[in-house]
Design a protein around this ligand. Structure first.
Ligand SMILES: N[C@@H](CCC(=O)N[C@@H](CS)C(=O)NCC(=O)O)C(=O)O
Length: 207
């Protein structure tokens, strides 16, 4: 059975847990003592991911790191309808753009959360400002999409772009970042929570 190297408070691991739940795929969790144990930096774990990061997915002889890469794989392999990662190259390009946004700009919200929750030494004003800049981009995009009658980041259905962007936007309060100014983002968060199979994590609830 597939294994997910996982930490319950990690929004990156939650991207994968959430997607596995919505596609109804069974898997085994391998808990990693991220904090305070720092297990992701031990020699044993570095053999699984030399970057020393979670999540990691193991499926047969395939070892995948990076939540976005894992979502691409899972959607291609296990979503028979290909609605979560459509085969249309144009949609794939747009999805890749937002996956990159999820792993770069939105991660400023993760940094703010690590600072506030786990005492990481980040420049908190800088990462909060960068997270706000990212949320402004997402909110403007979602507002334009709503004007076009669209509910999701890309295409006519939820895709892995929505799954990848969701966690650290929804968890922004943990890093002292308010979503009050991002009305379209808050409506989109409510829609994501309605996706069949949606699961929660500490800091993200059903409404
Ligand atoms: N690009 C990776 C980043 C994942 C990530 O930042 N994971 C955090 C936990 S939420 C981690 O392992 N950080 C340890 C480190 O970067 O040294 C992904 O999106 O999966």
């Amino acid at each position: 059975m597939m294994q997910l190297y996982d930490y319950v408070l990690s929004g990156s691991c939650y991207k994968v847990r959430l997607f596995l739940s919505v596609i109804g795929q069974d898997y085994e969790k391998v808990p990693v003592d991220y904090y305070p144990g720092g297990e992701h930096k031990t020699p044993t774990f570095l053999q699984i991911n030399p970057l020393g990061q979670i999540p990691v997915l193991v499926d047969d002889d395939l070892i995948l790191r990076d939540a976005q890469a894992i979502l691409v794989y899972l959607a291609g392999r296990y979503d028979a309808n290909r609605s979560w990662y459509p085969e249309d190259p144009r949609l794939q390009g747009e999805i890749a753009m937002w996956l990159s946004f999820a792993s770069n700009e939105i991660m400023n919200s993760s940094a703010a959360r690590l600072h506030d929750m786990l005492f990481y030494d980040f420049d908190i004003d800088k990462v909060r400002a960068a997270a706000h800049a990212a949320f402004r981009v997402l909110d403007d995009h979602l507002t334009d999409r709503e004007i076009m009658g669209k509910q999701w980041i890309v295409g006519n259905h939820p895709t892995i772009a929505d799954i990848a962007c969701f966690p650290y936007v929804a968890l922004s309060g943990d890093g002292g970042i308010s979503l009050d100014d991002y009305h379209a983002v808050r409506r989109w968060i409510s829609r994501v929570k309605q996706i069949p199979g949606f699961v929660v994590m500490p800091g993200i609830h059903h409404n």
